[in-house]
Write a protein that binds this ligand. Sequence first.
Ligand code: PEP
Length: 249
Amino acid sequence: MKNKIIAGNWKMNKLASEAKSLVAELKPLVADAKNTVVVCVPYTDIATVVAETKGSNIHVGAQNCHWKESGAFTGEISPSMLVEAGVEYVVIGHSERRAYFGETDATVLARTKAALAAGLKPIVCIGETLDERQGGKTEEVLARQIKLGFAEVSAEEMANVVVAYEPVWAIGTGMTATCEQANETIGYCRKVFAEMYGQKVADALYIQYGGSMNDKNAAELLSMPEIDGGLIGGASLVAEKFVAIVKAN
Ligand code: PEP
């Protein structure tokens, strides 16, 4: 059995002063966690959170990065800027970025490749919308996102990749996929990865579930054999809820 990777996605929340307090609260509470703990924070919180988590078992992530190392890309942040700042993980292709900021499978691939080249561990998000699920298109959409989003990622690089299966209809809505739905869909994703990379790589790959995971439903979701962890939005902003998820299994 793998341990789990539990990652908080703070989205556009927490001023640096608030980030410092939240991480200071989390540190002792997760110190004995057997699961890997990650907090993916806004860019402006990175320096504070990296300093505050130094020497602890909390890993720091960002929520996006550009695919170029430098250049005329006003407002963007490069992977090596994140590495120098002490970041280890980076969320790529979150459904909010796909919906509001024009993220496509091609830009997901470009960002993922750049993140890997810089030594970051990308947490690559995939997932279907409600219309797609109700239209019976879940597998087709996920297969496309995986085949295009990972087209140039090598089997060796996959060892540093985390995938987050996040049904879009379950994000921030309070609607969670049932354990069976999440398990079955992640099992399908793993099958697609196995076709691309072989069974060994697919079995070793961490595939998280994300979408309204909280302190009440985490134990059941994380007990499912295909679910290797969680990407948690809302509940990661409240120390006791996030800690309960980290320790749920
Ligand atoms: C997310 O933002 O990745 C997420 C899963 O959000 P929430 O837990 O709030 O649904």
